[in-house]
Design a protein around this ligand. Structure first.
Ligand code: GLY
Length: 590
């Protein structure tokens, strides 16, 4: 709840105040405790000196970015404006996934009820070739697709934000980008978790002189919580974007310098990659479920296929009667997830590459047959030897959610793929993605383990790799009821699904729906992974008795969501990655 009267201040004054208050008030929320979120919680940071009287809400993985978005809402900006500001701010304050050098998916529910899906995912450069990530032995060369310039797809973020602003924005573009430029120019105090992440990757950053200059301390000491991270070059780039819009990323010095650095670093980016990049409007898929409409994003995201299979199939079983962590509930969800992943891994990719319309795979007769013939909550089914293999995916990425007073809502999931992407920095001060690793490096042919990756996700110039990113908006009676999404590679899909089940099937309060334990199963490997210490011994023993392999996992996902909660918005930042200084701020609905 916001408790302190808001006085109009400049952005920097607000920021300074926020930092001071943060230092005093943010209590990291231990993961693994639903009650902890409620008591100390996911919403505790809303006692920051943030605007009161705001009709709208924002949730993201980083405090300064969320505050910057709320400031935009307070000035009369809409959800799209606030999302643009939030996204650019994350590129500065959350460099492990926020980005200029990456891409993502932007889902927008407009006040008039129209739904829009803007795909600004990275594309394979024009010089990309099908076998570019195979080593001399003909096997995938993982290092080539994950580290350095060759791993980078053409970044779409600046073009995506610009397109969103051109179509739906209200406040001037420059106003929306400048907070990020100021954060980069004047610096911001890093969280304990950011400090730890930078220290952990010190040797990786050390291999790239530009990244080292920004992310390795000149005095040789480790980063500590509260240290100021100043990003001068990134500030210049952001000022240029603020002034010139997307043109700054089409042609001119930023592009020339990026292309030259790519060439020097063994990459394949060319000027035409930037000149020709197109953010795309794609179809939103609406799933009718429990009297709600669940808005999802279609390929190259696998979110729509996954949720459009899982939600109706699970309706065939009495989950609410069984209970939240009943072994039948867990095993059934795991088995159904495995089947959904099999279809995903076999058929999905860039829509331009897909041999089969994905809508065939959500035909109600097909799903009903699956529920009746293939699913049993008291059985473990191993994958067949022929089940296709998906590339191993990074669990990084980030998600942010915004709602405004006019009935608009935005869900954005954005990524550099791995944490800090390819670990190389462009001369413009922004990190490059390693999204090319989301393609199948060796499709159609068995790898050394006898597993075959799908043709639909082969590396093809100008195509986009298959993604798990799944921003979701839930609508009830024509009004936004929830906005959510998560990082986590393939666990994004299971995370988003489980938060929906927690909220709408198990009827949990917003904070609990996010904080409640999660688990993940995909087709291969068929292990059910669960958050360490959070599944319960009886349930675990019951699963093992069925033959279901199980394994402890680190916390799964990092949901930043907004739920309608009576007359207010409940903005919830996931307690799981608490150290990153997550913040949610919320407001009244109308
Ligand atoms: N690179 C993460 C995803 O696209 O799912």
């Amino acid at each position: 709840m916001m408790q302190t009267p808001f006085k109009r201040t400049s952005f920097l004054a607000l920021l300074g105040l926020g930092l001071l208050t943060l230092a005093c008030q943010i209590t990291p929320i231990p993961s693994g405790r639903v009650d902890a979120a409620r008591e100390t919680g996911a919403r505790a940071e809303a006692t920051l000196e943030t605007p009161t009287g705001i009709r709208g809400a924002a949730a993201s993985a980083e405090t300064h970015a969320t505050l910057a978005a709320m400031q935009v809402l307070e000035e009369g900006g809409n959800a799209v404006d606030a999302a643009i500001t939030l996204g650019f701010a994350l590129a500065v304050t959350y460099p492990n996934a926020g980005n200029l050098g990456g891409g993502g998916f932007f889902l927008y529910r407009a006040p008039d009820g129209a739904d829009w899906y803007l795909d600004f995912r990275e594309v394979a450069p024009v010089a990309a070739t099908r076998e570019m990530y195979l080593g001399p032995d003909g096997e995938p060369d993982k290092a080539a697709s994950t580290r350095g310039w060759k791993a980078a797809g053409v970044p779409g973020t600046v073009f995506g934000m610009w397109e969103a602003h051109q179509r739906w924005g209200k406040l001037p573009w420059e106003r929306l980008v400048e907070p990020a430029a100021e954060l980069a120019e004047y610096g911001f105090a890093i969280s304990a978790a950011e400090a730890a992440a930078l220290n952990r990757l010190r040797s990786s950053f050390g291999e790239d002189p530009r990244a080292a200059q920004v992310f390795v301390r000149a005095d040789g000491r480790d980063w500590a919580e509260g240290d100021l991270l100043v990003q001068t070059q990134l500030a210049s780039t952001l000022h240029a974007i603020a002034l010139q819009g997307e043109e700054a990323f089409r042609t001119g010095p930023i592009v020339q310098a990026t292309v030259a650095a790519s060439k020097e670093g063994g990459g394949i980016l060319l000027p035409e990659d930037f000149a020709e990049y197109e953010p795309l409007i794609r179809p939103v898929h609406r799933i009718a479920w429990r009297g709600l409409e669940v808005l999802t994003v279609t390929p190259p995201s696998s979110g729509s296929l996954f949720l459009a299979q899982m939600l109706p199939v699970l309706e065939e079983f009495p989950l609410a009667t069984w209970g939240f962590r009943d072994p039948r509930t867990v095993q059934l969800i795991g088995e159904a997830e495995a089947l959904a992943f099999r279809d995903r891994n076999r058929w999905l990719g860039d829509p331009a590459s897909m041999e089969r319309p994905w809508e065939d795979l959500i035909d109600p007769r097909y799903l009903r047959r699956r529920a009746v013939a293939e699913l049993d909550p008291e059985r473990y089914t191993p994958p067949p030897a022929t089940a296709p293999q998906a590339p191993a995916e990074s669990t990084e990425t980030t998600h942010y959610s915004v709602v405004d007073a006019e009935g608009g809502a935005v869900a954005v999931t954005t990524t550099l793929n791995s944490s800090y992407g390819a670990k190389v920095m462009a001369p413009g001060g922004f990190l490059m993605n390693n999204e090319m690793d989301d393609f199948a490096a060796m499709p159609g042919r068995a790898n050394q383990y006898g597993l075959v990756q799908s043709e639909a996700n082969a590396v093809v110039a100008r195509r986009r790799p298959l993604s798990s990113m799944s921003p979701v908006i839930v609508v009830r009676n024509g009004e936004v009821d929830a906005v959510l999404g998560s990082p986590g590679g393939p666990t994004i899909l299971t995370t988003v699904l489980q938060v929906l089940l927690h909220r709408y099937v198990f009827e949990m309060a917003p904070e609990d729906a996010v904080a409640a334990p999660r688990f993940h199963r995909q087709d291969r490997p068929p292990v059910l992974r669960y958050e360490a210490g959070r599944l319960g011994r009886t349930t675990l023993q019951a699963l093992q008795a069925l033959g279901q392999p199980v394994r402890e996992n680190a916390p799964i996902g990092d949901v930043n969501a907004i739920f309608r909660d009576g007359a207010e918005w409940a903005a919830v930042a996931d307690p799981r990655r608490g150290g990153m200084g997550q913040v949610s701020v919320e407001g009244a609905i109308r």
